[in-house]
Design a protein. Structure first.
Length: 217
C-alpha cells in the first residue's frame, strides 16, 4: 500500500528531507471534504509515514506499524483506511497494462521541474500580492519578470524582503511629513530592478509646503 500521486508530496530523487509538501488546493479537494475528521488525521499521518520510505515511492508500512506510530487502535485505522481509498494505492490494484507505453510517463526529472516551477510561482505571487502599487494578473507579471531577467530564480528570494523594507521606509517618511511619490507599476518596479535600491531615509531637513512637504536639495 502506498500514497497515490506521491510526487506531489515528496519528489526528490536523491535525498529524504524531514518534511512533506502540501499545496493550498488541498483546501478545495472534494474527496477530503467527504471523509471524517479522524480519517483526515490518519491521512496526514500516512503522508508523514510515507516520507520515511527509503525507496522514495511513498510506500506505507504495515497496518500494525501505522496503528502503533499513530497511537490508534488497529480497528480504527482499518476503518479510516477504507475511507481513504481514493488517496491510496492498495496492494490489490492491478499492475499497469503491458500495452501502456512507458514513454508516456513523466520522468522524475520532469516532475521535479514542474513542482519547482509551481513553487517559484507561489513565491512570486505572494510577493506580488503584497506589492502596494498597480499590478496586472499573477501569470502576466511572473512571465514578464522571467522574460526581463535571466537571473530571475536567484533574485526571487530577494523580492519580498526588499519590498518589505521599502514599505517600512516609506511609511516613516510619510509619518514625518515628507512627500513620497506614488508607487511605480509593478512591471516598472521589476524592469528597473528596484529591489536593488536602498530604502529612502528621512532627510535632515524638510520644508513644508501646501499639500505635503518636500526635501531640501
Amino acid at each position: 500500500m502506498k500514497i497515490k500521486d506521491w510526487h506531489k508530496f515528496q519528489h526528490f530523487k536523491d535525498r529524504r528531507p524531514l518534511w512533506i509538501k502540501l499545496y493550498r488546493d488541498i483546501l478545495d479537494n472534494h474527496d477530503i471534504s467527504l471523509i471524517s475528521d479522524f480519517a483526515f488525521r490518519v491521512l496526514v499521518g500516512c503522508w508523514l509515514l510515507a516520507s520515511e520510505d527509503e525507496t522514495r515511492q511513498g510506500i506505507l508500512p504495515s497496518i500494525d506499524t501505522i496503528s502503533f506510530r499513530l497511537r490508534q487502535p488497529k480497528s480504527k485505522i482499518d476503518k479510516a483506511l477504507q475511507e481513504l481509498s481514493s488517496f491510496l494505492i492498495q496492494d490489490d490494484i492491478k499492475a499497469i497494462s503491458s500495452g501502456y507505453q512507458p514513454d508516456a510517463l513523466e520522468t522524475e526529472t520532469e516532475i521535479e521541474k514542474e513542482n519547482k516551477e509551481k513553487d517559484d510561482f507561489l513565491v512570486f505571487d505572494s510577493f506580488r500580492m503584497s506589492y502596494p502599487g498597480t499590478k496586472k494578473g499573477a501569470k502576466t507579471e511572473f512571465n514578464n519578470y522571467k522574460k526581463k531577467h535571466k537571473d530571475w530564480r536567484e533574485v526571487l528570494p530577494l523580492l519580498q524582503p526588499a519590498i518589505n523594507k521599502q514599505m517600512i521606509a516609506r511609511r516613516k517618511l510619510e509619518s514625518s511629513g515628507v512627500f513620497v511619490p506614488s508607487w511605480k507599476h509593478l512591471q516598472t518596479w521589476i524592469n528597473q530592478r528596484c529591489w536593488e535600491e536602498e530604502p529612502e531615509q528621512i532627510p535632515d531637513k524638510a520644508t513644508k509646503y501646501e499639500g505635503g512637504s518636500r526635501w531640501h536639495s
